[in-house]
Design a protein around this ligand. Structure first.
Ligand code: KG4
Ligand code: ZN
Length: 381
């Protein structure tokens, strides 16, 4: 089988990314232009600003990805792009550009689900390391700013299928990190700053409630009652508990002072944040992270046992978290379950994962029609 070079394009949220991947198994180039500096003053992603920044970045980012791969527009075999889920206006920038390229160059166009991309980032890197025999069934936890979803992934003759066996009922795990960081005046995104500060606090100092899902989700009402259990998550309670703790302990004034202080610095570093946090804040973030990690690992491993999976993937932006990785490794080892993560650059949003997920579709000639559109709420099946 000759090598196929796929140009991937990703613009679903606040990263404009392009990459060239060879046959779903080698990252030839991987360029990510982050919009963090644009959104930081607002404490979260502003959709209109995201679309504008994607428009600015898309052409230079794609050019750079091709140049670093020593490819030209003409030498790649296909163009792959994220169709959804994500911000509609942001997705449309990548999709319009990918369509224009595919049309002008007369190349196949492949539409990829962003969540499938996160799963394929693990597969891509395992193949790159020479690991070609992962055991099925695979359970994948996709844990990011927009999702906390569990999928059973299967492959037959290059066709991949996914069964969702759990999801968050409210906030995603990454969203909880982002909201708690915003609450504490620590800026955006919350995951990296909280994981850095947590190392200086006591994770047992504050007790957070554990979420127990006693009721079926309204979305699952159509399913037969004897179907296998769902393993759902919920993180809005933990965020509210953090807010109550702040109010009960009169932390507001100190938080506002920190917020104002950090706003004076053009690009505050993690050390800038640390220098402005007292023990109470450090204990709070350490305890919050501990509770998040405990809940994610406990529910995911319960699902892994119930479905008797052979392999576990943990992927998405929150999978960059050190404590989460360590805890998963420790707990999975206890039940002899191999667990795989992407490298940190491929944990958060990137286009290499989109190009990798497109490769099986390329082999199956599963190409997108020129009139396909962005789907903000696209489900993975
Ligand atoms: O996958 P991603 O780049 O974008 C989405 O698809 O959402 O994930 C971004 C999310 C953000 O919520 C960010 O706070 C979180 O991943 N994140 C982390 C860490 N690094 C990024 N959360 C916890 N610990 C980290 N080290
Ligand atoms: Zn993502």
């Amino acid at each position: 089988m000759p090598s196929a070079f796929i140009l991937g394009i990703e613009s679903s949220c606040d990263e404009t990314a392009a990459a060239v991947v060879r046959s779903g198994e080698q990252v030839v180039s991987n360029v990510v232009a982050s919009q963090i500096a644009t959104h930081q003053p607002y404490g979260g992603v502003v959709p209109e600003l995201a679309s504008r920044e994607h428009l600015r970045a898309i052409v230079p980012v794609v050019r750079q990805a091709l140049a670093e791969a020593q490819h030209t527009y003409n030498s790649v075999d296909a163009i792959a792009v994220t169709q959804g889920p994500g911000l509609a206006g942001a997705l449309l920038v990548g999709i319009s550009y990918a369509k224009a390229l595919a049309f002008a160059l007369d190349k196949p166009l492949i539409a990829v689900n962003h969540l499938e991309g996160h799963i394929h980032s693990v597969l891509l890197e395992e193949r790159q390391k020479g690991n070609h025999d992962l055991q099925f069934p695979v359970l994948a936890l996709v844990v990011s700013g927009g999702h906390t979803h569990l999928y059973l992934a299967a492959e037959k003759d290059d066709a991949w299928t996914y069964e969702n066996i759990g999801h968050t009922r409210d906030d995603a795990a990454g969203e909880a990190f982002d909201k708690v960081a915003k609450l504490l005046g620590l800026g955006y995104p919350g995951g990296p700053v909280i994981s850095h500060l947590a190392a200086y606090g006591n994770p047992q100092a504050v007790k957070f409630p554990v979420s127990a899902m006693r009721h079926r989700d309204r979305n699952d009402r159509g399913k037969p009652l004897d179907s296998k259990p769902q393993f759902d998550f919920s993180y809005s309670g933990i965020k509210t508990a953090a807010l109550r703790y702040v109010e009960k302990n009169d932390m507001r004034a100190a938080i506002e002072a920190r917020r104002a202080d950090l706003a004076k610095i053009s690009r505050p570093t993690l050390e800038d944040c640390l220098a402005r946090c007292d023990k109470r804040v450090l204990d709070l973030v350490a305890s919050f992270q501990w509770a998040m990690v405990a809940d994610l690992t406990r529910k995911t491993l319960a699902a892994a046992r119930e479905y008797q999976v052979a392999t576990l993937f943990v992927t998405g932006g929150v999978a960059a978290n050190n404590k989460l990785r360590l805890r998963f490794e420790r707990e999975a080892a206890k039940i002899g379950l191999p667990v795989y993560f992407p490298s940190r650059p491929l944990s958060t949003d990137n286009a290499a994962m989109i190009a990798a997920a497109a490769y099986p579709k390329f082999l199956l000639k599963d190409f997108a029609a020129m009139d396909f559109s962005a789907e903000a709420g696209l489900a993975l099946r």
